[in-house]
Ligand binder design. Structure first.
Ligand SMILES: O=c1ccn([C@@H]2O[C@H](COP(=O)(O)O)[C@@H](O)[C@H]2O)c(=O)[nH]1
Length: 288
């Protein structure tokens, strides 16, 4: 992949290009920042805003220099109300300051006019919640995501659209349609979207679980043709291994950013223990 600069705003490097470089330099690991109550307690922290902030900044300190990206889970900040969202704002700012790319796992999706507001929140310069990229849900129709797709291209940010999620219930919607499955339409739409990012890794990524087994073959999905990053949750706590990832993604493995949250976070609160856990996962992904 080249380092071509292709955004709708000349002079600004695209998210796909920045992520491709981070994956080449650091390896294909994203560390999830999921401050679950049980993890906070396990770290000796309270399930409150102070605990949330300590947890988030500790994870960043441990992994910002070795992960290609970090992925705060928005729901776990939202459950603390506006003060929790303020911690998320500071966490995203701290990630940028530490030089690690951020993926806000918000799974947003709505009718176009409302989608424009979500795009403003997560992808517009100057927004308090602006991240390098955000996860999106396409189940109101892929094209309803247009405001986010266009704003991401304009501001050098990216999106990850749910295609085949890691949870077992996902198949009941995503596999529907046989040869013309819902997942296949999403994959094709993402591939078309990435044509605007000629010559580099596209900024329209997909979420495909590390746990999906033979679904890519069964549904005849060509992820290499998407030419975008594939965010693959499900490592560790959900049972998938790096070897599963390699088997599942085959020739698209170079595009895959494996993401793990609880399995790594459970090693905390020690900085070195967290770093070692992340490093172990990274080595497994590299070796696969
Ligand atoms: O298909 C999906 C999409 C998103 N996720 C999110 O990833 C993490 C996984 O956490 P683990 O602790 O590593 O299981 C979590 O934030 C999910 O909401 C996913 O698991 N599957």
């Amino acid at each position: 992949m080249s380092d071509a600069v292709t955004t709708d705003r000349p002079g600004r490097e695209s998210f796909g290009s920045r992520l491709g470089r981070a994956m080449a330099d650091r390896g294909p690991l994203c560390v999830g920042i999921d401050p679950h109550p049980a993890l906070l307690h396990g770290w000796g922290l309270n399930d409150d805003v102070a605990g949330l902030e300590r947890f988030s900044l500790t994870v960043l300190e441990a992994v910002a220099s070795l992960a290609a990206a970090v992925k705060p889970q928005v729901a776990l900040y939202e459950r603390h109300g506006s003060a929790g969202m303020a911690v998320l704002e500071r966490t995203l700012a701290a990630a940028a300051e530490a030089g690690v790319l951020s993926i806000a796992d918000a799974k947003r999706g709505d009718i176009g006019s409302t989608m424009a507001a979500y795009a403003d929140a997560w992808l517009r310069d100057g927004s308090a919640l602006a991240a390098d990229s955000v996860t999106l849900s396409p189940y109101l129709g892929f094209e309803s995501l247009r405001p986010a797709l266009d704003l991401a291209a304009e501001t050098g940010r990216g999106v990850f659209v749910l295609a085949l999620t890691s949870n077992p219930e996902g198949a009941s919607v995503q596999h529907v349609g046989g040869a013309d499955s819902v997942a296949r339409r999403i994959v094709q739409a993402a591939a078309a979207e990435n044509r605007r990012y000629a010559g580099e890794l596209g900024s329209t990524g997909l979420v495909v679980g590390a746990t999906v087994g033979s679904a890519l073959t069964d549904l005849d999905l060509d992820l290499a043709a998407v030419r975008g990053p594939i965010l693959a949750p499900g490592l560790g706590a959900q049972g998938a291994t790096a070897a599963d990832l390699r088997r599942t993604f085959g020739s698209a493995y170079d595009q895959v950013l494996g993401t793990s949250s609880r399995d790594i976070l459970g090693a905390g609160p020690g900085i070195q223990a967290l770093r070692d856990a992340a490093q172990r996962t990274l080595e497994e992904l590299r070796a696969a």
